[in-house]
Ligand binder design. Structure first.
Ligand SMILES: [Zn+2]
Length: 367
């Protein structure tokens, strides 16, 4: 089968569901030959096709009907995981982050997210146009804390709020038109199907380096207005850096292909720099050591679920909040084994860490 025929039959398979949505020519489940005949009957020039692609993307991206259709399409194609534990956690994360986003970008109220847990064991999440989002169940299995899952979901919502899905999709579909893969001989319903399928296959937009860093950094703005640790994005990137150096590399390839992705370590450092700025340049992490006003505060040990370096970004997140909120005007104290700065928790020392009181005294001398 040549490419064009192969493509047309794929489109034919998908067209039945989608042609009904936007008043494109209705195609019943007829014979393949008959459907291709009706598609070929609508000849469209490249420029007109591009215009149509724009309109179709707009419908998927901006209308509740289009968003609902895309959501349904993704659920059917990706498979839905109904494990209550994962679904309940995602509901909580979405509720928290929706408030977090709304605090800095009220437009979310007019365009809420449709989301689901996808039946896929790899660690990944994605956001398509229309604020249609999925989080693989593998993400819940791989990440030991809700803060890092929230950081990843916040990253996806960054793509959503910045409209990355629609922007990169239009580029990709138009490239297919330009490359001649479509010829000039498919009609409206088929283009709708193509757009939906390209949206599915390329939905995470984790390919554009500029988009990635933008989504990482804006996720921190969202986390600020949630109960989550604002260092969680940097901590997740530290975890991915460690994983990509080890045996789990292949599991993460989908998100972290080195060829088309800024390295996790660079993304971590960009997040850490933002936290440093957020702290008023009082708190930072260098080589696993947490610094306050350029002096060593602590070097966290590894816990049962994360490295010392990963933990250091959680301490940084807490310190950044404390300094930003002016808690450094208060004393550092120890409450039930946790070092506090004013009312902000900073760190709960583990076995192998320095004693909580020693850390509190040091924080008082450095802040
Ligand atoms: Zn991304």
């Amino acid at each position: 089968m040549n490419l064009k025929k192969k493509f047309l039959s794929a489109v034919t398979a998908a067209v039945v569901g989608f042609s009904l949505i936007f008043g494109a020519p209705v195609v019943q489940a007829a014979s393949t030959a008959g459907v291709i005949g009706s598609i070929a009957g609508t000849l469209i020039e490249g420029a007109a096709m591009r215009k149509q692609v724009k309109q179709i993307i707009k419908q998927f991206n901006e209308t509740p009907e289009g968003q609902a259709a895309l959501y349904q399409h993704f659920r059917e194609k990706q498979g839905v995981d109904t494990t209550p534990e994962y679904n309940e956690r995602l509901d909580v994360i979405m509720a928290n982050l929706t408030r977090g986003v709304a605090a800095v970008d009220p437009s979310i109220k007019d365009k809420p997210y449709r989301y689901f847990v996808a039946a896929d064991d790899s660690l990944n999440a994605a956001c398509a146009m229309g604020h249609v989002m999925l989080v693989n169940r593998g993400t819940f299995k791989a990440l030991p804390n809700e803060d890092e899952i929230a950081a990843i979901v916040g990253h996806e919502m960054g793509h959503g709020q910045l409209n990355h899905g629609a922007k990169s999709l239009e580029k990709q579909v138009n490239q297919k038109i330009t490359s001649g893969l479509l010829g000039a001989a498919i009609g409206g319903g088929a283009i709708t199907s193509l757009v939906a399928d390209v949206a599915l296959n390329n939905m995470d937009a984790h390919k554009d380096k500029k988009f990635e860093t933008q989504a990482d950094l804006i996720s921190i703005d969202y986390l600020v207005n949630t109960p989550y640790n604002i260092g969680a994005t940097a901590a997740a990137m530290q975890r991915f850096t460690e994983l990509s150096l080890g045996k789990e590399r292949s599991r993460l390839e989908a998100i972290f292909k080195p060829s088309d992705h800024p390295g996790s370590d660079k993304r971590r450092d960009a997040c850490a720099k933002k936290l440093f700025e957020y702290s008023g340049k009082h708190a930072e992490v260098k080589n696993g050591v947490v610094l306050v006003n350029k002096k060593n505060f602590m070097k966290p040990v590894a816990s049962s679920t994360m490295s010392g370096a990963e933990r250091s970004y959680f301490v940084l997140g807490n310190l950044a909040r404390a300094f930003h909120d002016g808690q450094n005007k208060n004393q550092a104290t120890v409450v039930n084994g946790t070092v506090m700065l004013g009312s902000q928790e900073i760190v709960t020392p583990l076995e192998g860490d320095e004693d909580a009181q020693i850390l509190a005294d040091r924080l008082n001398s450095l802040k």
